[in-house]
Design a protein around this ligand. Structure first.
Ligand code: URP
Ligand code: ZN
Ligand code: ZN
Length: 476
């Protein structure tokens, strides 16, 4: 059935205008003023913005980590994402050394199939680059449309890969048209600092931050940028937290390198002081890299505003405070790393970014959706409001006010890192491929509705421009 979104203010990465959107068969087929369509269901968006559905480029749903498994899976995680205005997530498919990549991808399909309420895709972790992986990777890029490869430079003895692997992955990515993603921290030195802290009897959550200083994120980010330059490849640095790292990305971009950066709401809005909260509450704020000193937030906001950082990911990696985070009650290094932000990513960026005048509406649309679609091979199917694009739309009331709380959020996790924070603006209705998933703030979606999205290769043009035929004229 056709739907007609009427009287909204359409916002894309480039434009803000008053208009109507006609949807047929899940796709936007017409945009105009005072459109009429016989038999179409009319959605009144008066007084609302109509944004492209958010794309969250960084989630860990149903992921084993730190001796446990993230509490939000593809069902609860994507339902919560939809409430928050996100219509596509790209999740990290973990691999293990020695095991076929294809079996890891199958595991991730099994976790998500029949559960996801919104569309989704996968990045693939690269732990080693031996002959088997070299043989399998091009096939996976081709057949699964997984065109982004993740290398961890930290989590020694768990996920960490060496520089040889990172460099070879960059070379392969260049050849295959993939984007390499890095978790950039110096895992070897962090491992030394953790062991030293524990030997000195320092076990509280704050030592998580103190053993992962910003200089080690800056060092790893700079190293990854240098290797990318040497390989003439492309790099996306996930969860940038601090000036030391962000400035490395800025420096590389100013040289003209294909290097991109993502930050997360937690690094823009929370600071390291919360790790000192009493009664082990600091464990709720254990992310890697850790929260930083407050002054870093201004640097991140500035670089987001001026385009030196391109995206915002939730890094959704939720563990209950009771029964999961408390694995580390006597040893900070055993606190599962990560937190829940999938639901509030969109609202936090709008409220703290647009409503507080830090970024424009169009920059918001770019950061929340368009940039990720372009970097990860989903544009223009996703990430914009345009004729021919999927009708992934967020009808957003910019005047609504709410207070974030675990008592009202839709994630399974038992706390919210932004508990008590007041935000301005809220998604009212959310459509994925033209179907309501959220209607008037109620969930009306279906687990399993979400499609797996194979993605295009990095920077692959939609179609080569046609060579102009000779226009005739005098020859000879
Ligand atoms: O603490 C975090 N960020 N947990 C998720 C895993 C990762 O490093 O992204
Ligand atoms: Zn990471
Ligand atoms: Zn992550």
């Amino acid at each position: 059935m056709k739907k007609l979104v009427k009287n909204g203010t359409i916002v894309t990465a480039t434009d803000t205008y008053f208009g109507d959107i006609l949807i047929d068969d899940g796709v936007i087929v017409m945009i105009g003023v005072e459109l009429e369509a016989q038999g179409a269901e009319v959605i009144d968006a008066a007084g609302c913005y109509v944004f492209p559905g958010g794309i969250d480029p960084h989630t860990h749903l149903d992921m084993p980590f730190g001796g446990t498994v993230t509490i939000d899976d593809f069902e609860s995680g994507t339902r919560a994402a939809a409430f928050g205005g996100t219509t596509t997530v790209i999740d990290f498919c973990l691999t293990s050394k020695g095991a076929p990549l294809q079996s890891a991808v199958k595991t991730w399909h099994d976790k998500s199939r029949g559960k996801a309420c919104i569309d989704y895709s996968f990045h693939l972790m690269v732990a080693e680059l031996n002959d088997d992986v070299l043989f399998e990777l091009p096939q996976i890029i081709d057949e699964e449309g997984i065109t982004s490869l993740k290398v961890f430079m930290a989590y020694k003895n768990v996920f960490q890969a060496d520089d040889d692997t990172l460099y070879k992955t960059l070379l392969l990515a260049k050849e295959q048209g993939a984007l390499v993603m890095v978790h950039a921290e110096n895992g070897d030195v962090i491992d030394y600092l953790i062991n030293k802290a524990l030997a000195d009897g320092k076990t509280d959550p704050i030592y998580h931050a103190l053993t992962r200083p910003a200089v080690l994120e800056g060092e790893a980010t700079g190293r990854a940028c240098n290797l990318t330059e040497l390989a003439d490849s492309q790099l996306y640095v996930v969860h940038v937290t601090c000036a030391e790292a962000a400035w490395k990305i800025e420096e590389a971009r100013k040289k003209g390198l294909r290097i991109y950066g993502e930050t997360c709401p937690q690094y823009l809005l929370l600071d390291v002081s919360v790790l000192n909260l009493p009664n082990f509450e600091g464990a709720k704020y254990v992310w890697s890299p850790p929260l930083r000193e407050k002054w870093n937030q201004d640097v991140l906001w500035d670089l987001l505003k001026n385009g030196m950082l391109q995206t915002i990911g939730s890094d959704q990696c939720s563990f209950n405070f009771n029964g999961q985070k408390d694995l580390g009650i006597h040893d900070f290094s055993k606190i599962p790393n990560g937190g829940p932000t999938i639901e509030d990513r969109f609202s936090l960026l709008y409220s703290e970014g647009v409503a507080k005048g830090r970024i424009s509406l169009n920059r918001f649309a770019d950061i929340i959706a368009t940039s990720s679609a372009k970097l990860f091979g989903l544009f223009p199917q996703k990430g914009t409001v345009a004729i021919g694009s999927d009708a992934d739309l967020v009808i957003f009331d910019p005047y609504a006010e709410r207070t974030i709380s675990a008592s009202s959020h839709h994630m399974k996790v038992d706390y919210n890192a932004f508990e008590g924070m007041k935000v301005t603006g809220e998604p009212v209705s959310v459509l994925v491929r033209g179907e309501y998933v959220i209607r008037d703030k109620q969930f009306v979606g279906t687990p399993g509705y979400g499609h797996y999205l194979p993605r295009k290769r990095f920077n692959q043009p939609e179609r080569l421009p046609l060579k102009e035929k000779s226009l005739g004229g005098v020859s000879g």
